[in-house]
Design a protein around this ligand. Structure first.
Ligand SMILES: C[S@@+](CC[C@H](N)C(=O)[O-])C[C@H]1O[C@@H](n2cnc3c(N)ncnc32)[C@H](O)[C@@H]1O
Length: 228
């Protein structure tokens, strides 16, 4: 396991309850989950892999709709929490690094990564791994913070800040690899995936206290990818 995976494990093992309590209350995430649910479409009997599944709540809707769900996370405590939150539901949760999984080739109909690929320096290697374990007819959904969001919130309006940065989010410490749009697109091209759909999502209005700074820029990017 490389240093970044070790660090993510350490941070999420330590602050998992507090982090995911805050996230559950966060209206922005609630609205994102609704959108993703729609994008996932009919998941009945589909094999769906959740990457960096956190507290497992993101899996519940797909499980209830009849998907065969697997969730993986680097943090043992997140996996315990996923098992608690999905208690009684039919899903499998495993401690695993998403850059180097132990799954066979062409396993999954859908791979979904919500706010997790930014924990990796080498995004090409992550996308190659997703491509390897994805079925020929499958698709990948990747959600990342929009690079413009990083510019406004963390980078004093400098768009071109890249690399590993630490942030405090609602009292929790985390790190992310910052990237600009071309980095994501070039990695997709490099790894024989192609963009089928791209969404730039805003914060929901009702969440926002400072409308102009929060509403007038995109919060997340969602990439829907298929094999090239
Ligand atoms: C910001 S949280 C998002 C959790 C969840 N996807 C959600 O949206 O609620 C990032 C998650 O990615 C996990 N993670 C970070 N690096 C990882 C790695 N190398 N392999 C697997 N999971 C990882 C963390 O443990 C954490 O649960």
């Amino acid at each position: 396991m490389n240093k970044d995976s070790q660090l993510a494990k350490k941070l999420y093992n330590a602050q998992f309850r507090k982090y995911f309590e805050k996230q559950t209350e966060y209206k922005v995430m609630q609205s994102l989950r609704k959108k993703l649910d729609f994008l996932l479409g009919d998941v009945k009997n589909k094999k769906v892999l959740f990457i960096g599944c956190g507290d497992g709540k993101e899996c519940i809707s797909a499980i209830k709709k009849g998907a065969k769900v697997t969730g993986i996370d680097i943090s043992e405590n997140c996996i315990k929490l996923s098992n608690e939150n999905c208690n009684g539901l039919n899903a499998k949760f495993l401690v695993m690094d998403f850059e180097k999984t132990s799954f066979k080739n062409n396993q999954f109909d859908i791979i979904i990564s919500i706010l997790s690929v930014m924990y990796k320096k080498d995004i090409d290697s992550v996308l190659k791994e997703f491509n390897r374990i994805l079925k020929k007819t499958g698709f990948v959904l990747i959600v990342v913070p929009h690079p413009v969001r990083k510019m406004v919130k963390y980078n004093k309006m400098n768009y071109f800040v890249r690399g590993k940065k630490f942030e405090i989010w609602k009292g929790n410490r985390r790190f992310n690899y910052y990237r600009i749009f071309e980095d994501y697109v070039n990695s997709i091209v490099n790894t024989n995936l192609k963009i089928e759909k791209l969404l730039e999502l805003k914060s929901p209005k009702e969440n926002i206290k400072t409308p102009n700074s929060e509403i007038n820029h995109p919060h997340f990017v969602v990439f829907k990818l298929v094999k090239d």
